[in-house]
Design a protein around this ligand. Structure first.
Ligand code: FAD
Length: 410
């Protein structure tokens, strides 16, 4: 993918073809997935695996994890010295596209995508030694303890406290919306160590063993029928000072590194395109048995066409972000555009699926009358959260308005 402009006869063109090296790498990934990925591990278009499912498939997936580990592809972006493949931004993007195209599960979760890269930058040797290899082997699962009941968008206002006591910090307070905390072995989290300092300057960053006495995890049920996130309470939880990452009271700046990694893991638009293509196939083929309403409602055609076009827009937006990253630039409002468009699009795709399936779309589970094993209804309920998780749509629009369009803050 030579994304960039080439001047030709005074005109500017975008060249989307792979360079020979990129094409060779794409082929390597594709061939590997086609020959090595067991069919039973391929996900259906639009299928989302939640923490519980991931956990129950953990043992089953061992064989797949080992194959990826042998290639250094569990954490392909990590430097080779830490067990990664040291891939560049564009290669990672190609890899993500091919994984999505082949509906292949990636493994590693927040350990690989968030705390691992944060430790590589900010952790000391002992912390890297203790944690990085265990993240790569998949034996340790992590969760992210950032949000609190009164601190989400305004994260720096967090109130969970950590007080130094001898060789430990003693933590008291509460986190909320902690995805996968009920399955996690460790949490990376931020807590206030200096209540008198300005809010960004009194925060420290810790790694906390979820088995520590005083940690209580309470799952929160969602309307989609699962409990993917939790409340986590800390009552006099002792965290050894060796688990402080970076310096005391400098944790906010480490937390923003973690958030950058969270936001920069641009999901390729390929998965959403496959989802729309599968919906179009369903709409065409399941006519006459009351499961597709294509014949009854003319506007469904327009909706399906719009959704397919939107997946191309999402692709272009993600190309913009990945091009910036590959040039060493840090995407800002561009990443917000990507997140905003793709999360709202996931809701529109779910809405169109329900329109196509009609009342049957409300059926969940894999009963005879539930289309696509209940995925349409499940996705309709599940995607409501996508415009909240990882920064709300309102916050993204604020960033685009002020940093992108240069509008005044208020
Ligand atoms: C599925 C899911 C998984 C999550 N997983 C995790 C996790 O693993 N770990 C974790 O720490 N957190 C997690 N979160 C929490 C998530 O990061 C927060 O929900 C999110 O940042 C919003 O914060 P809040 O819920 O406190 O809402 P608030 O910040 O209280 O926002 C309430 C409303 O006010 C609006 N608003 C707030 N500020 C502004 C502003 N400046 N301009 C305009 N409007 C504004 C918001 O858009 C929203 O509509 C998860 C959330 C979801 C939905």
């Amino acid at each position: 993918m030579r994304i960039g402009t080439t001047a030709e006869k005074g005109a500017q063109h975008l060249d989307f073809t792979d360079t020979p090296e990129q094409a060779a790498f794409r082929k390597e990934v594709r061939d590997f997935l086609q020959s090595e990925l067991p069919e039973r591990f391929r996900s259906a278009p639009g299928e989302r695996m939640m923490g519980g499912d991931m956990r129950s498939r953990f043992e089953e997936m061992k064989e797949w994890r080992q194959k990826l580990a042998d290639k250094g592809w569990i954490a392909a972006a990590w430097p080779k010295e830490y067990g990664g493949a040291g891939l560049g931004t564009m290669e990672q993007f190609i890899m993500n596209e091919e994984f999505a195209e082949n509906r292949a599960p990636q493994v590693g979760g927040m350990g690989v995508s968030m705390i691992g890269p944060t430790l590589i930058i900010h952790g000391n040797d002992e912390q890297k030694e203790e944690h990085l290899s265990r993240i790569l082997s998949g034996e340790v699962q992590w969760c992210q303890g950032f949000s609190e009941p009164e601190s989400g968008s305004d994260l720096a206002s967090l109130q969970t406290k950590a007080v130094r006591d001898g060789d430990d910090y003693v933590i008291n307070g509460q986190k909320i919306w902690t995805s996968g905390a009920q399955f996690a072995h460790w949490m990376f989290m931020m807590a206030r160590t200096d209540p008198d300092a300005p809010k960004h300057k009194g925060i420290s960053y810790f790694m906390l063993d979820m088995k520590s006495p005083g940690v209580t995890v309470r799952p929160i049920g969602t309307m989609a029928g699962n409990a993917m996130f939790n409340e986590v309470f800390f009552e006099d939880v002792r965290v050894p000072a060796k688990n402080l990452v970076g310096e005391e009271n400098r944790g906010w700046y480490i937390g923003t590194t973690t958030l950058d990694f969270e936001r920069s893991s641009i999901g390729s638009a390929v998965g959403q395109r496959l989802q729309v293509e599968s919906l179009i196939k369903f709409a065409k083929e399941r006519q006459g048995d009351h499961k597709s309403r294509l014949g009854e409602m003319e506007t469904i055609r327009y909706d399906l066409a719009d959704r397919l076009l939107e997946t191309q827009v999402a692709r272009m937006l993600s190309y913009r972000v990945v091009t910036m990253q590959s040039k060493g630039l840090v995407p800002n409002y561009e990443a917000s555009m990507c997140k905003l468009f793709s999360s709202e699009m996931s809701q529109r795709i779910a809405g169109t699926s329900m329109k196509v399936a009609g009342l049957y779309g409300q059926l969940l589970g894999d009963g005879e009358w539930a289309p696509q094993k209940g995925r349409y209804g499940g996705s309709y309920l599940q995607t409501v959260a996508s415009t909240i998780a990882g920064g709300t749509s309102e916050v993204q629009r604020g960033i685009i308005a002020t940093r992108g369009l240069g509008l005044p803050k208020n």
